[in-house]
Design a protein around this ligand. Structure first.
Ligand code: PMV
Length: 349
């Protein structure tokens, strides 16, 4: 039997950056060349659920992602496991009576599932690593700053440990202790804000973020300028417009930052193409829509893939969804798929 079986289940939501992280100054510790800012989605929408069991009778650490066993020796996974175990032992040594002394040395079995298709390339690693680190911390009784641990799984994961509007401060130190996420405003600060995800392609991304960033840092002059000059200003401005709940400024800045990120991908040598024709049509549609009204009612942003994430306010959402359905007419197979373009609305309130 499984003596001493301890088990914890937690969930972590996806986050979508409005000021993008692209480029590392330290690839082992995952330290970025610029700060970034994102919005964490509501728990009930796009999320990872992770269950971790821990028992004396387990022979080795093991992990299953969406039901399929994966290689536990993955370096990033190992960084997170080692770091949490180290923090748990440290806590035990400082004599905290509430920390569970016995189970830290036991092996763990990790089961992680997404409630959205991993293949859709929707920042699954961010929710995944945030959830892994948080669930481990609950199991081993580790408290405090966890974003520096989640960051070592996947950079963007550190932002999913907080709800609402979250900044990841790049930090200055070489040990990464000050490269952490911080909440700017909570999820209830701007309840009218909505996120609409337009799945353009469910295919895996062509160039992963790790190798893409590596090549960009080595070859793109534009990325140097972006990280040193543009992003520091934009971070300040983005925080200001969020605090003012100024959607027009928020939307414009979000689109500009997405565009500059993809411009640095084109400036990378050899170039990286994440956007496809449908992505470009969505960009044009958004600009035509905003131009028609003479104000920024909707904004797009794209990560390392062709899928569009639309930010808008609740009052504009129904009409914009109709416009999208009109230009990407529905196929026979129901409301969810719009000519290979599943529309999924995620509200933040
Ligand atoms: O954390 P990673 O390695 O999956 O990189 C994420 C990079 C972007 O999604 C493109 C931008 C961001 O800030 O999330």
């Amino acid at each position: 039997g499984h003596q001493n079986l301890a088990m914890v289940t937690c969930t972590a939501p996806v986050n979508i950056a409005v000021i993008k992280y692209w480029g590392k100054r330290d690839e082992d510790l995952i330290l970025p060349i610029n700060s970034s800012l994102s919005v964490t989605l509501h728990q009930e929408q796009l999320k990872t659920m992770t269950t971790i069991a821990c028992s004396r009778s387990f022979q080795q650490d093991r992990i299953w992602l969406n039901g399929k066993e994966e290689d536990i020796s993955c370096p990033r996974l190992q960084s997170c496991l080692q770091e949490i175990r180290r923090l748990a032992r440290k806590r035990r040594n400082t004599g905290d009576p509430t920390s569970d002394v016995s189970i830290v040395s036991n092996k763990v079995h990790i089961c992680s599932v997404n409630n959205f298709p991993t293949a859709a390339g929707l920042a699954s690693s961010a929710a995944g690593y945030a959830c892994l680190v948080y669930t481990l911390s609950q199991l081993f009784g580790v408290e405090g700053e966890l974003s520096a641990v989640a960051r070592q799984g996947s950079g963007s994961a550190c932002r999913s440990l907080y709800g609402g509007f979250v900044q990841w401060k790049m930090g200055e130190w070489s040990d990464g202790k000050d490269s952490i996420a911080e909440q700017v405003e909570s999820e209830s600060y701007w309840p009218e804000l909505r996120v609409l995800i337009l799945v353009v392609s469910a295919e895996q991304k062509s160039v992963g973020s790790t190798s893409g960033m590596h090549t960009s840092v080595k070859t793109s002059q534009l990325l140097k300028y972006r990280a040193s000059v543009v992003v520091p200003c934009r971070m300040e401005e983005m925080i200001r417009v969020i605090r003012q709940r100024d959607f027009q400024a928020f939307g414009e800045l979000t689109m500009k930052d997405s565009n500059q990120f993809h411009a640095t991908c084109l400036d990378t040598y050899p170039p990286i193409f994440y956007l496809n024709n449908v992505s470009h049509r969505i960009i044009s549609l958004v600009h035509r829509y905003n131009q028609y009204y003479g104000e920024t009612k909707v904004a797009y942003t794209f990560d390392a893939g062709p899928n569009a994430v639309i930010y808008t306010l609740q009052e504009h959402l129904p009409e914009f969804v109709q416009v999208v359905r009109h230009f990407f007419p529905s196929e026979a197979n129901g409301s969810e798929f719009v000519r290979g373009l599943p529309v999924c609305s995620a509200d933040l309130s």
